[in-house]
Design a binder for this molecule. Sequence first.
Ligand code: PMP
Length: 373
Amino acid sequence: MRERLINFGAGPAMMPEAVLRRIREEAFDYCGSTVSVFELGHRTPEFEAILGGLRDRIRRLLAVPKDYDILFCQGGGRLQFAMVPMNLFGAGAIASYIVTGSWSRNAQREALRIGRVQTAFAGNGTHAPRPDEYECLPEAAYLYYCDNETVHGVEFRDPPKAPERVPLVADMSSNFLSRPVDVSRFGLIWACAQKNFGIAGLSVVIIRRDLLGLAAPNVPTLMNFSVYSRTGSTPNTPPIFAIYVAALMAEWIEAEGGLEEMNSRALARSSIIYSTLDELRDVYALPVEPESRSRMNVVFRLADEEATGEFLAGAARRGLINLAGHRSVGGIRASLYNSMPMKGAERLAEYLREYAGRTLARKRSSPAQSRGR
Ligand code: PMP
């Protein structure tokens, strides 16, 4: 097989080669059955073992307490922007949202279609709030935040604190299974799969059981978390393939050493890039405050922004692809999820140095020309 390109895309994202090979094999023959994994019926013992195995692995990896249920829903991440308020508004008349970037802002907008919303913090995409910077209503149905803002590259080091009796809800779409989490601090955690643990179309929801059953009677059946809980996440034909891939990814994460290991790899990958960027401040600009820098999405810009296209083309020629920032903010973004090998981060750091060396040399040799570009 040709050497694979290093894919820094923000999701769908890179997957481990070992997992891709296994999918290729099992596409023809699942566990010696001569039946393809795509053809498995969702009520077969084989599929039940896949789904149950995925649920058990997530419970083990995150040490999910017994009083939490683990659900699998279709519709990707954005559907959760609606499902969360539809299911949790029953606990109160208003919800509080911490806004740290585009994804929490989008979630808040969707919640406004369903109920009343208070802004606990309105950020500008550069940092996660310090404890004295946000205020959640004590009567809120829940306090919502996004643990890692994929577009802006802002990640919480520690979750925010909700007032007593207010359930904390986290969108962990872009950092799920990348570090240990104390689940007992949350009412609900959700994440879409296509970044750290699989492919698009599937979301996992970890919910404290006392928050089930709060949905109003007019909430559609397939939007109701209780229905997923009651049916073991098979209220209809579930996305078999997405669940199968997530199960392989969870198995891979466990075999590689679990969440402590994922975290130390994430820290190693991101710090080599941040430290290179920090060293080369004449060429690169970092908008996110150091204590909120994401381990998953390294967001930066060129001091000479007009050269962004040239930077990206040079990267692609070296096999480093999908480094463009999100279309809403521009700039450059390197996404470094669980499957990104250390060698990928090292090759990007080398390119950052090489590009900076060339840019600085050009500036020195013709300062007027480089300024006028
Ligand atoms: N939340 C976050 C933090 C995300 O990064 C994304 C996708 N990039 C979403 C929600 C939406 O996910 P989806 O595209 O599956 O709807």
